[in-house]
Structures are given as structure tokens and as C-alpha cells.
Design a protein around this ligand. Structure first.
Ligand SMILES: [Zn+2]
Length: 300
């Protein structure tokens, strides 16, 4: 069974227990770290583990769906980000995502952004000729997207949407908040028409979380920044594996296209710049960028 222990920290909220790996269903995992997860309503002690079978990092004890939603309602990213570097970074990311989508699907078609936030990606996609749709778990954001003239369903289950009705599905910084990411990608596969594409943007911090975990009490800030509030931490290996397991083929992984973000400029330059340079000089074999983009196709 997955290791779980009481660390004696004050747990104000009840944790949700995950009994097996969300990727391979294996039931044994090595504990990486236990730390406090702040939800806005209080904190709870969460446990990060690494699956002994596939290497996926995930919270074996994490927030419940309700406390996660409460946290997202309060988190800064649900408010309009005002810093110019954040806006530029988001624009760079969305332009990179759409460039990829347009290369793989030049005929375009219907695009669904799962967890569409403010709808910025969809708005840009619409300008480029896509017929756009969104889902969003937060009602306030969903209404903002609808006010932009974009069809957005609040808290929709992918399972309930019509099968084979989309040409592109995107999960931009949303998949790692989903307790069952493999199940969501399997639903995504069914929603796509033959030849349709899925694009993920996930963090690529599993290795750093593992490295920093033993020294997290000495360097608490970098560890907190690395683990953030994700429920699952992907790596290039587990990202490829989950897409293949969901049924997709022709998986391609790329470094995050951003050149700026809200981090200090020097850190951004080193982390993202080094990530792209390493990826290019190793001909795509080593991907150490803080975030990664994956694209795959549903073959007919
Ligand atoms: Zn696993």
C-alpha cells in the first residue's frame, strides 16, 4: 500500500486519500515529502509520493474536490493578472500552443479548451479561424468567457459531451489539478474526431521536486515554488506514457514556448532559455524546461 503517515501537523481540512497511481493503478509508492497545502480555508497536510511502477509523482493524500475548488476561487490566477510580464508570458504561451495546433491541424475546426480560465486562448484561436468552446469549473470565470461570446460550460464533465465532435482539445495548466488525469484524457480521446489532436501544457518539475524534497526544510521557498498546488507532477516520460495509455499516438513533446513569466528575469532566462537550448542541442532527447507542451493525435 501507499505509505502514509501522520506527521503531527495541524490538519484543519480532511484530506482525500488516493489508493493507487492515477496513471498505472499500481498500489505501491515511495513517499517523497509531506507538507502543508494551503487552500484559503485553512491548511491540510498532504503527502507527495512517487509510483514505484511508472514514476509518476502525485499526492496520495491531498485536498478534496471541494477544498480544491475553494482554493482555486481564492487563488491569484483567478483574478485578472495585471502585471505586464504575466500577460506577455501568457500571450507567448497561447501563441506557441496555437502555432502547434495550426501546424498539426491546418484545416482547423472545433476546438475545446478544458479548464479555459478567462478564455484568452480561445479568443486568440477564434481570431485564427477556430470554432471555439470551453469548459471551466469556476462559475465566475465561466460567465466571463460567455460574456466574450464564447460557448463555455461550467463544471462540465467531458464524459457528458457528444463523442467525436471536436478537432482539437487543449488542457493548458489544467490536467495536473485533475485527480484522475488518465480518465480525463480517455474522455478527450472519445470527444475527438479521427485525426483530431490533443495539446497539453503541464509543469515539468517532478525531477526538481524529488531533488529538493530531502532539503525542503533548509530551502522551503524553492520547494514550495516547485510543488505549487498541483495534485500530479508530470515528467517527459510520464506525459508521453499517459497520452499513449489514453489511446493517442504520434506523441511529440516540446519545451514551454514562453520567454517571459512572473519569475525574476534572470531566473526565467536561465530556466526557460537553458531548457530550449538543451532540447535543441540534444535533438529533443533532453527536456528540462520548467514546463512542457505535449501534442498527440487520435488516429482513425
Ligand atoms: Zn504508476
Amino acid at each position: 500500500m501507499i505509505k502514509d503517515r501522520d506527521v503531527g501537523e495541524s490538519a484543519y481540512l480532511p484530506p482525500e486519500h488516493v489508493d493507487s497511481c492515477p496513471l498505472c493503478s499500481h498500489s505501491t509508492a515511495r513517499e517523497i515529502a509531506t507538507y502543508a497545502y494551503y487552500t484559503g480555508e485553512g491548511s491540510l497536510s498532504v503527502t507527495l509520493v512517487r509510483c514505484r511502477q511508472c514514476g509518476l509523482l502525485f499526492l496520495s493524500r491531498g485536498p478534496t474536490a471541494d477544498s480544491l475548488r475553494g482554493h482555486m476561487e481564492r487563488a491569484s490566477y483567478t483574478n485578472q493578472e495585471k502585471s505586464s510580464s504575466s500577460l506577455i508570458a501568457r500571450r507567448q504561451l497561447f501563441e506557441g500552443i496555437l502555432k502547434l495546433a495550426n501546424q498539426w491541424k491546418p484545416e482547423k475546426g472545433r476546438c475545446l479548451d478544458v479548464g479555459c480560465g478567462h478564455g484568452d486562448l480561445l479568443s486568440l484561436a477564434r481570431e485564427q479561424g477556430w470554432d471555439v468552446y470551453g469548459t471551466e469549473i469556476l462559475e465566475r470565470l465561466c460567465h466571463q468567457v460567455q460574456a466574450r461570446g464564447i460557448a463555455c460550460v461550467c463544471n462540465a464533465s467531458l464524459e457528458g459531451l457528444p463523442q467525436q465532435s471536436f478537432d482539437c482539445l487543449t488542457f493548458i495548466d489544467s490536467l495536473y489539478y485533475m485527480p484522475e488525469p488518465l480518465g480525463e484524457l480517455r474522455h478527450a480521446y472519445r470527444l475527438l474526431r479521427d485525426g483530431g489532436i490533443v495539446i497539453l501544457r503541464v509543469t515539468n518539475r517532478a525531477a526538481w521536486a524529488t531533488i529538493l524534497a530531502p532539503v525542503r526544510h533548509v530551502f522551503p521557498s524553492p520547494f514550495r515554488r516547485i510543488v505549487g498546488d498541483a495534485l500530479v507532477h508530470f515528467s517527459p516520460i510520464t506525459t508521453r506514457a499517459i497520452l499513449l495509455q489514453a489511446g493517442f499516438s504520434r506523441v511529440q513533446l516540446l519545451p514551454d514556448p514562453r520567454r517571459r513569466n512572473s519569475w525574476p528575469p534572470s531566473l526565467t532566462l536561465i530556466a526557460y532559455g537553458l531548457g530550449r537550448i538543451t532540447w535543441h542541442i540534444t535533438n529533443g532527447r533532453i527536456l528540462i524546461s520548467p514546463g512542457l507542451v505535449a501534442i498527440a493525435r487520435r488516429d482513425g
